[in-house]
Write a protein that binds this ligand. Structure first.
Ligand code: SAM
Ligand code: DTB
Ligand code: SF4
Length: 332
């Protein structure tokens, strides 16, 4: 342990003021006003909210695996798995259940509590869904939480996944309703909202967030957060991704995001969705430890853990455990 921080844990005392009632009526302008505050005020508000709902030392740890890579018919401009982009990534078939469970067991041994499986589909075919259900059952049997992201679902498919014991379904809104059409044309924002409603109605926890750094305005970032925070129930898990600029995608040359601006988006997610886990998601490989520390201070309390996301690199497990330890935080 680099600094012995975990040898001297601070006692956690929740703030005396009770957690505030959750709001579901955030407007884009209200979120913009939040984000435009002086940084010290924004961070104070985010910290106060975070501490009223969570132990600020805890970082939830999820590991990702791409169970079916590439060859995707959708045209998401950020994504290396779209078959429509130049020199797309090689497409693979759906992995075998046993191979997936071997990876899940390794992730558990490395310290992950949730195993997230992603497939590059527009929506799952029925026979593939059965295979994924067997994976979900196997992950559960290992004593881990399960999450899958398979594209659009109808109500019956969501119900089938719930029956198999699925804990979380990841389906992102990605950006604001206004900016969305410049990023994806093959599926609508409303279709995404419909899938989220099916997942919610099936009784599965919702994991839903978006991406920062695709050329959107601050108003679009606020619009994404306001839309998420105005869902009938807040997503239990809110992944905030910093765009990973992948060669041969239309966003390969997007402008880099100012890390402070990124922290402001994390803080806005924390303040508007106080009881949700906010995940500092893709993009950590290119971030300094100090930027990540600011994200945790702004209320991020979950990460993707393991050297690969779906197709792109993530920090090594060693680097992450050292950072968590240096900050006196702890994986959960
Ligand atoms: N195909 C399914 C779908 O789109 O619903 C599931 C997998 S998809 C890769 C899951 C999410 O990963 C996307 O919605 C997007 O938010 C995120 N993502 C994909 N490529 C990314 C990139 N280059 N940088 C940051 N986030 C990315
Ligand atoms: C999410 O919001 N981020 C993850 C997960 N949900 C599935 C995916 C990030 C993908 C980054 C690009 C890649 O590795 O292909
Ligand atoms: Fe396909 Fe998902 Fe990538 Fe879009 S984000 S191209 S749907 S894998």
């Amino acid at each position: 342990m680099p600094d012995g921080a975990l040898d001297h844990p601070i006692a956690f005392e929740p703030r005396s003021d009770a957690p505030q009632a959750l709001r579901h009526d955030w407007t884009r302008d209200q979120v913009l006003a939040l984000m435009a505050q002086p940084f010290p005020d924004l961070m104070f508000q985010a910290q106060s909210t975070h501490r009223a709902h969570f132990d600020p030392r805890d970082v939830q740890i999820s590991t990702l695996l791409s169970i079916k890579t590439g060859g995707c018919p959708e045209d998401c401009a950020y994504c290396p798995q779209s078959a429509g982009h130049e020199n797309p990534i090689k497409a693979t078939r759906l992995m075998a259940v046993e191979a997936v469970l071997t990876e899940a067991a390794a992730a558990k041994a490395a310290g992950a509590s949730r195993f997230c499986m992603g497939a590059a589909w527009r929506s799952p075919k029925d026979h593939d869904l059965e295979t994924v259900c067997a994976m979900v059952e196997g992950v559960k049997a290992l004593g881990m939480e399960s999450c899958v992201t398979l594209g659009m679902l109808d109500q019956g498919q969501a119900g089938r996944l719930r029956e198999a014991g699925l804990d979380y379904y990841n389906h992102n809104l990605d950006t604001s309703p206004e900016f969305y059409g410049t990023i994806i044309t093959t599926r609508t924002y409303q279709e995404r909202l419909d899938t989220l409603a099916h997942v919610r109605d099936a009784g599965i926890n919702v994991c839903c967030g978006g991406i920062v750094g695709m050329g959107e305005s601050v108003a679009d970032q606020a619009g994404l957060i306001a839309t998420l925070a105005s869902l009938p129930k807040h997503p239990e898990s809110v992944p905030i991704n910093m765009l990973v600029r992948v060669a041969n995608t239309p966003l390969a040359d997007a402008h880099a995001v100012d890390p402070i601006d990124f922290v402001r988006v994390i803080a806005a997610a924390r303040i508007t969705m106080p009881g949700s886990h906010v995940r500092l998601s893709a993009g950590r490989e290119g971030m300094t430890d100090e930027t990540q520390a600011l994200c945790f201070l702004a209320g991020a309390n979950s990460i993707f853990y393991g050297e690969k996301l779906l197709t792109t690199p993530n920090p090594t497990e060693n680097r992450d455990m050292q950072l968590i330890s240096r900050l006196g935080m702890r994986p959960v």
